[in-house]
Design a protein around this ligand. Sequence first.
Ligand code: ADP
Length: 495
Amino acid sequence: MKILFTASEAVPFAKTGGLADVATALSRALSKQGHEVVLVLPHYPQLISPAVRSCFKFRPVKDSFVATVGPRETRGRFLETELPESDVKVILVDQPDYFDRPSPYVYENIPYEDNCERFVFFSRAVIEAARQFGPFDVIHTNDWQTALVPAYVEIEERKQSDLFKKVGTVLTIHNLAFQGRFWHWDMALTGLDWKYFNWKQMEFFGDLNLLKTGIVFADMVTTVSPSYAKEICTPELGWGLDPALSDRGDSLVGILNGVDVETWHPEVDRFIKVNYSSETVEQNKPICKTDLQKMVGLPEKQEVPLVAMISRLSQQKGFDLIKQAAGQLLDNDAQFVFLGTGEREFERFLKELAGQYPTRVAALVKFDEELAHKMEAGADLFLMPSEFEPSGLNQMYSMLYGTIPIVHAVGGLADSVVPTSEQTIAAKTATGFSFKEYNVDSFLKTFRQALDTFRDKKTWKQIQQTAMSQDLSWTNSARHYVKVYERAIARHVKG
Ligand code: ADP
């Protein structure tokens, strides 16, 4: 199968969250299973580190192209490279006016004013890439930034070009909270007829909604866990799009994300002090713990549980709960290390907490990939009390590192963590701790359960072994995606 996979970010070229990990790891897994994958991304020159730039050759390919964005014709060009240790071809869409910026979507937490225009351009460029590097069997788009592509295929390309006649389109929703919602006049930028600006297609409470557009026009819609696929069809977690999503019936599918085990696995992780496996975890993980404590300035104590959290600082990730529970969390004998950036209110809160409890709390307000790896290896417990969580990656990384997650049982967290109970300990299936009710009492009760279990060395060891020996790689998930691709393609096979 020949697959065009497109996203607005992918490691190591740009990353603001899980989408970047997924884009690269899924492309690589599909390629390993024998499919031909072309990954199309914007080129953000400022986000490519000198180390990455020196490892990759970015070759300008073919002629430049022109894309129509509203009344303007804008020129762009493609740069070509490859993902290391794979056959995935990477096409970077180079357009400095739109993408030579300090971050992909926001500046100082405020979205760029021309975000709609930038991603209309990018979506047009994806169609152009499909023309130049195709024909493709499938075009797989991700989130609002690329969700216009299925509409362009359906409305403009399928009828007029043989290249697109049989192509299947797929949209994956990584987080329904981000929809690409813009004022109605931005409809003119898309170049599509105003007749599509109606409540059943592209319009949403008077605005243009790009994610909704993709939900309506893609052949298949997926999201990143089976539980989240159900949750987004309800008014509570549907962000107003639950009717459009429910309308998709069984063409909306949930597939749990996997882990890129070449990057996120303690046996091969190149950032951690010493590598370890489920056999050497007892001897080597304490070395990583001391290294982490030293690095973040916490006392080097093995017997005190070290609790880590790596996250965007937002309400979604449960920071309101942590803020409310902070005093009681710190009544327990435990150390905390937080790594994250995001909303000012939570940045300030974490810094103040660290100031108040310098020997118990470390707060690192920055984006630091290397430290994230060291935290996964060095901590004993990982906090992920998200209010909602489409899939979540860190709880899966944590389990593989024997760092036991404490999660709110929602979305992908519910699908991936088996909560510790008498039954799951007896059955040897427990891999973490989870609470159902999203409130301080349930959270604290589960937190205390985790600390008690930490002191019970035999049970702790069992949970660690079960968590670490799971197959969380992309192999299985990639197979599920291929089934979805087949269904998307089948919609255009006649007779
Ligand atoms: P989301 O995509 O909603 O932000 P995920 O758990 O799916 O959440 O993925 C988050 C990814 O971003 C993980 O790989 C995590 O390690 C990483 N991450 C988040 N914040 C930081 C940070 N401040 N420093 C380093 N990595 C981070």
